[in-house]
Structure formats: C-alpha cells, structure tokens
Design a protein around this ligand. Structure first.
Ligand SMILES: Nc1nc2c(c(=O)[nH]1)N[C@H]1C(S)=C(S)[C@@H](COP(=O)(O)O)O[C@H]1N2
Ligand SMILES: [Mo]
Length: 235
C-alpha cells in the first residue's frame, strides 16, 4: 500500500483563519450549554443574525490547505473489515455514483441552500470492503493531519452520507476539501471532514476533533443528540 503525500500546503488567508478562531471562541463561550446553543441556532433563525449570507465559510483547523493532486489521491479503508483496500480517485468514480441537493449548515449559524453533491455512498464502500462482526463505528482521518471524525455504522449507512468528489456541480476544490471529502447530509457541517485520507472500522465510537472541542458526537441537524437518525430516511 502506498502512502500518498500531499505537498505544498497553501496558507489560508488571515480572515479565514480568524473564522476558525472565532468558532473556537464560540465553543468556549457556549461549551457548557452547547445543547441550548444548538437549540437556539436551529430553532430561532439565529443564522439570520450572521452577516455571512448564503456563502460557504472556508474552514481549516490547521490554517493551511493540503494540496492533493487527483492522481496522488488515495483513500485507505482498514480496521474491522474483511478486505482492507486503498481507493484511487478513479476507483471511486468507477463505483455507482449518487447525487442529490441539500442545504449545508454549520452549527455557528451560516447555511448554504441547495448545494449539489455527488460521490459514492459510504454504505457501498462498506459493502465492498466487508464489515466484520464486532464493528461498531467508523473513524475518519484527514490529510490535514488534525481533523478526525466518527460515525456509527448505522449513521454511515444512511443514504445521504457520501464520500464526495463533486460539490456545487464541479470537482470538490482544494479549499472545500478536494479531491475527496466526507459529506454527512443529516448532520451539521463539522461532521463533513475535508481532505479525507482514511476510514477505519472500529469497535467503539471515537469522538473526533470538533467533538473534543464541545460539539455533539451525533450532530443531527435538528439538534437531537442520540445515535439514531431522528429523520425519516429518504432515499
Ligand atoms: N479537515 C477539515 N474538515 C472540516 C473542517 C476543518 O476545519 N478541517 N471544518 C468543518 C466545519 S466546522 C464545517 S462547517 C465545514 C465547512 O466546509 P467548507 O470549509 O467547505 O465551507 O467543514 C468541516 N470539515
Ligand atoms: Mo462548522
């Protein structure tokens, strides 16, 4: 198995980096009552108070973007699977594609309506590698070396949970986490890890970066924090 490398991280502009810092500050301020905070965001239209408009805010924990050429991209899938595999971008594109449109929503209040996504269902990837008995959750790693995420197997198999190679009608750009990012449709934006490098099938949920900073492990858009999907499943 080759270990793909990304070269030349691109420094993120100061304004963008401050966005992350501001978000962390929110986490500190609201840390103790994150539930209430989420409730407010979802229930009160707080998003309207933010002057961001209907635009994506570009986030990077590290303050840089890993630049990964399409031909160098690899997704390693390992852990409690029958067949550990490494997928190239072409491998992913050769799999059955799924495409849909959905609003993108960050816990801090901004949202972008009607974002078009295309990629491979995580469920299909799990079927290809084969989940072994005892598997409970997935852990996701990023080429940025900092971000991590988790989903239960049940969550990972929901229809709008994909490994995305297209976003907004075009290949996922470097700043949005290309060539491949995770997109977890039923949850807040922090679950949609950018620059996806590895998926490990594990025997327990391992809270990721944002969860260790106070956000719910189960980041359902309606503020529910239980492990099960609170929405009727739509295919
Ligand atoms: N690797 C990585 N993935 C990440 C983040 C990040 O900082 N680093 N931020 C998360 C958060 S909080 C949000 S809201 C979305 C934002 O996606 P965007 O940067 O494409 O707008 O990415 C998520 N995935
Ligand atoms: Mo976010």
């Amino acid at each position: 198995m080759t270990t793909p490398k990304f070269t030349k991280p691109v420094a993120v502009g100061r304004r963008v980096f401050l966005g992350v810092t501001g978000l962390a500050a929110l986490g500190v301020v609201f840390g103790a009552s994150i539930q209430n905070f989420l409730g407010d965001v979802v229930g009160s239209g707080l998003g309207g108070l933010f002057p961001f408009g209907d635009r994506f805010r570009i986030y990077s924990i590290t303050g840089t973007y890993p630049v990964i050429k399409d031909k160098d991209y690899r997704l390693e899938v390992s852990g409690l699977v029958r067949q550990p595999m490494t997928f190239t971008l072409d491998d992913l594109k050769a799999m059955p594609a799924t495409a849909f449109t959905k609003d993108f929503q960050c816990v801090t209040g901004w949202r972008v309506p009607d974002v078009h996504w295309e990629g491979v269902r995580l469920s299909d990837i799990l079927d290809v590698v084969g989940v072994r008995p005892g598997a409970v959750a997935l852990t996701f790693e990023s080429y940025d070396g900092e971000d991590s995420e988790s989903l239960t197997i049940h969550q990972a198999r929901l229809p709008e949970v994909i490994v995305a190679y297209k976003m907004l009608g075009a290949p996922v750009t470097t700043e949005h986490g290309g060539p491949v990012r995770l997109y977890v449709g039923p949850m807040f934006g922090y679950k949609s890890l950018k620059w996806l490098s590895a998926i490990r099938v594990v025997d327990q949920v391992q809270p990721g970066f944002w969860e260790l900073h106070g956000y719910p492990v189960n980041g359902w858009l309606n503020g529910s924090t239980g492990p099960k999907n609170p929405y009727p499943v739509q295919v």
